[in-house]
Write a protein that binds this ligand. Structure first.
Ligand code: VG1
Ligand code: CO
Length: 542
């Protein structure tokens, strides 16, 4: 029986950089989820007769939310829902399934790298038929629907059990429960040289993959340990937990410090990696050698052809604006296009669909390719491993080679988390107003060449995105970027991105914070961060 439930619009159901994220208690309180799901369905023109993919990163409320969404999809006339067993699907696996099965879209339950649990964060993203995050236009349509919503539709009866594989009916809708890992693992086997990887592990190569108690555990166990022969136990924290073990599933040196400690110890494995809550981000660390995500993108762009899936070379590369310019130098050397997009994977979709970019990446540890329409953590790990297998060099050797050839873009991001939202907005507004006056000023050894606010016109569909970050360029290639996060759930998070190019062969192995000291000083001088936020130092430095 279809139930039509009257409801009233809820304010603030506006998707951010990647879906809608709120505190878990907010999402749990009916009809918060129900309203938003109905707005998604309405915003995409209804789901009558459509096929949807559904799954999440397993965080607290995942299972209950899946049941609600299934009942709403059935009541809204969907033909079929393809659900990961136990309600689990990593974001890249969901993207793959949408494409593989020709689905009309998918709902992914995740707040990604934000912590999970009854008092932490929950989120919901909608991906379209190309497997990628909803475009700005679709996101705006969904948001508009949240504001005019009067009712939602829900099936009046329990959703089928999704702990076992197989098909069941909910009203006229088929609920198809699939293995969340199998199709994804097959795709990886087609892209990478699994024989070479097996030979690498058989030769004694040691790996540690930290799944951070989040979604990639089952994927990494199956692929790295079972199919490729990494020693049992190489994948740690491999069971997805509703609260991610109380941790923060963000793969960076701060939150994955246990992995960093292992990789910088005397008997460190050859290769370390970690992934985030929903499996779309990656951290790469060699023995005593952390690889910044921007550098990782550049190395992958340079050497991807060593993996069978990219043997024909790359059509082009793309990076988000705050990501360092290291990949630009590789693209230039290869004579391929390099696109600069706003923050968030949704902006890469048109370039990938149009065949203008093969590899994309963000400084926040997201890297991916045209194999799906999401960033893909485990894919990046496998591409690194494939390159290591083909070259038989260490991560540190590959980085030294790379910097010697291209120079080093020293890079860091300083985050000031949960600062007073008004203070953060005022900082940005005042800096925006000051941009035209900055050129020509000197701060210590740095002279400002130009300053602007980044805006983007999509080269494929012409869509315009304004106000995407404030940029300050210095003579000699240093750069500062300021923007506010669009994924937080409390206050505002100020992100300050710092970069400086170094080509002197004797200066390629400095500590990034030291190498960037003049840029850090300039950021404070230009924006007055301490005075405005009351913070003497960043909460997180990556
Ligand atoms: C952050 C990152 C951005 C990433 C986004 C979603 O956004 O900076 O690069 O695409 O998270 O990633 P923001 O607006 O907080 O800077 V995930 O892994 O949360 O889907
Ligand atoms: Co993520």
């Amino acid at each position: 029986m279809i139930q039509i439930v009257p409801t009233t619009a809820i304010e603030g159901q506006k998707p951010g950089t990647s879906g809608l994220r709120k505190k878990t208690p907010v999402f749990i309180r009916a009809p918060y989820l129900q309203n938003y799901v109905q707005a998604i369905f309405d915003g995409i023109g209804g789901v009558q007769g459509k096929v949807l993919v559904l799954g999440g990163d397993g965080r607290y409320f995942n299972d209950t939310a899946i049941g609600v969404i299934l009942r709403m999809a059935a009541a809204n006339g969907a033909a079929r829902c393809i659900v990961g067993q136990g309600g689990l699907l990593s974001t890249p696996a969901a993207s793959n399934l949408i494409r593989l099965r020709g689905a009309d879209g998918g709902l992914i339950l995740s707040a990604s790298h934000n912590p999970g649990g009854p008092d932490a964060d929950f989120g919901l993203k909608f991906n379209g038929a190309n497997g990628g995050p909803a475009s700005e236009t679709v996101s705006e349509a969904i948001h508009a629907c949240t504001a005019s919503l009067r009712e939602y539709r829900i099936w009046d009866g329990p959703a089928p059990d999704i702990t076992g594989l197989g098909e069941a009916y909910l009203g006229a809708m088929v609920v198809e429960v699939i293995d969340p890992v199998a199709d994804y693992a097959e795709m990886m086997a087609r892209i990478f040289d699994f024989d070479a990887l097996r030979a690498l592990f058989a030769s004694g190569f040691r790996l540690r993959f930290d799944a951070m108690h989040a979604i990639t555990g089952p994927y990494a166990r199956e692929i790295l340990e079972r199919r490729l022969g990494a020693a049992p136990g190489s994948v740690v924290n491999a069971t997805p937990l509703p609260d991610f073990g109380g941790g923060h599933p963000d793969p960076n040196p701060i939150w994955a410090h246990a992995l960093m400690d292992t990789m910088y110890a005397t008997d460190a494995p050859d290769f370390g990696a970690a992934s985030d809550g929903d499996g779309d981000r990656n951290m790469i660390v060699g023995r005593s050698c952390y690889v910044s995500p921007s550098d990782s993108l550049a190395v992958l762009a340079d050497l991807a052809h060593l993996a069978p899936g990219y043997a024909g070379g790359l059509k082009g590369v793309a990076r988000s604006m705050p990501t360092s310019c290291a990949v630009d130098r590789v693209a230039e050397a290869k004579g391929i296009a390099c696109f600069e997009t706003p923050t968030g994977w949704k902006f890469f979709g048109t370039l990938l669909d149009a065949g203008r970019a093969t590899l994309c990446g963000e400084e926040s540890a997201g890297t991916g390719s045209d194999h799906v329409r999401e960033k893909d953590g485990l894919w990046a790990v496998l591409l690194w491993l494939n390159i290591l297998a083909a070259t038989r060099k260490s991560v540190a050797e590959l980085m030294a080679d790379h910097w010697a050839r291209y120079g080093r873009n020293y890079y860091s991001r300083h985050d000031y988390e949960e600062v007073d939202a008004e203070a953060a907005q005022a900082l940005i507004a005042d800096l925006r107003a000051a941009l035209p006056t900055l050129a020509g000023q000197s701060i210590g050894p740095l002279k400002i060449a130009r300053a602007d606010e980044f805006a983007y016109d999509d080269p494929v569909d012409g869509a315009h995105a304004g106000a995407q970050g404030l940029r300050i360029f210095f003579d000699g290639g240093a750069r500062l970027v300021f923007r506010l996060s669009g994924t937080g759930t409390a206050g505002a998070t100020l992100r300050v991105y710092l970069e400086r190019l170094e080509t002197d062969p004797d200066q390629l192995h400095l500590d990034p914070q030291e190498a960037l000291a003049p840029v850090i000083t300039a950021a404070e001088a230009i924006a007055g961060i301490t005075a405005r936020t009351g913070r003497a130092k960043p909460d997180v430095i990556t």
